[in-house]
Design a protein around this ligand. Structure first.
Ligand SMILES: [Zn+2]
Length: 341
């Protein structure tokens, strides 16, 4: 047997050699920290299914973001739980709604922070869907019950404008209505925000990984007549990769500046395909269920939480994500900046 010429091990001998040839880096500024704003003051409700994550009143949220900033986190994305939910989701586009209030507080407390806002209806509608529902019994031929895509677009645009007026740096529509990026772009342009970027949840897959998030955002669909039991009518089928490329292409054609794939780890092939096909910034959302699984295994003593967390985030970057939305943002940033010192 000939002596092997190729010996990749040669470059793995020391940490200095390994870092010399390392292809992917993970840095705190690649991370976006999702935060949940709720009404009230001095509210800090732990989210049971997501240890370490809290529903925060605006004052607490500002303090939390400051703590994140001190650890090296440079971006947050906000989700809001309103005082009151109704069928029209009016809390979503109220100029003094929970998100505009939170954005103003963050801009004041942590001026350098990038504040992204989630644009969707599901936290604000009493039925829990991401858009307006057609009234029961309205379904004539070709008019099925469920979410009224086109009627929702105008509200999403209003919501994005309300966030922009409060000072948001990026708006991120997660509703998966067709045509919403174009509607939001037009709304922002008309309202005087032509330079505000849109990060679209372009390939958002329907599935079970969002369970804990719905506890945190109180946005699980309610059961009832005329209310679809899940989001499969507008979010993507986990079986489809080609369709994800079509969704991304459509959102970019409508004016999205950055695109997101969510969830992350079970969909790394999608992240890679988007990276290879489109020359725009690509984000991946390491979602609540993914976070909860690591937490649970770590709490049981079955895995090393810090190492699994950093490996997971690094691998999402390696698959092609420029940045990662993760509930681990502050913890990871702390470890990464600590390691650099
Ligand atoms: Zn939604």
């Amino acid at each position: 047997m000939p002596f092997p010429q190729e010996r990749p091990r040669r470059m793995r001998r020391t940490e200095a050699l390994r870092s010399l040839v390392r292809e992917t880096a993970l840095a705190p500024d690649d991370l976006v920290w999702p935060l949940f704003a709720v009404p009230g003051s001095r509210v800090r409700n732990p989210v049971k299914s997501m240890p370490g994550v809290f529903q925060l009143s605006v004052d607490e949220l500002a303090a939390e973001a400051q703590a994140g900033w001190d650890a090296g986190v440079r971006s947050v994305i906000l989700f809001g739980v309103p005082e009151k939910k109704d069928a029209a989701g009016s809390g979503a586009y109220a100029e003094d709604g929970i998100i505009p209030r939170a954005v103003r507080a963050l801009k004041e407390k942590v001026p350098g922070l990038i504040v992204m806002t989630d644009v969707c209806m599901c936290e604000y509608t009493d039925h829990g869907h991401c858009g307006l529902l057609r009234p029961p019994h309205s379904g004539g031929p070709g008019q099925e019950l469920g979410v009224d895509n086109d009627a929702t677009l105008e509200l999403l645009a209003k919501e994005a404008v309300a966030h922009a007026r409060a000072g948001a740096d990026v708006v991120a529509p997660s509703d998966m209505m067709d045509g919403r990026v174009a509607a939001i772009r037009e709304g922002l342009d008309v309202a005087g925000f032509p330079d505000l970027p849109i990060l679209s949840y372009a390939a958002k897959f329907a599935g079970a990984f969002y369970g804990p998030f719905r506890d945190a955002a109180e946005s699980a669909p309610r059961e009832g007549p005329g209310i679809p039991e899940d989001r499969k009518g507008y979010q993507m089928d986990p079986a489809n990769a080609r369709e994800a490329m079509r969704e991304v292409a459509l959102d970019l054609a409508e004016g999205a500046d950055m695109v997101m794939v969510t969830p992350a780890v079970p969909y790394l092939d999608i992240v890679r395909q988007v990276r290879d096909r489109f020359d725009v910034p690509v984000a991946a959302y390491h979602v609540s269920g993914e976070y909860a699984m690591i937490k649970a295994a770590a709490r049981a003593g079955w895995i090393d939480e810090e190492r699994v967390m950093l490996e997971t985030l690094l691998c999402i970057r390696r698959a092609g994500a420029d940045f990662v939305l993760t509930y681990y943002a502050r913890d990871a940033a702390r470890l990464l900046t600590g390691a650099r010192r």
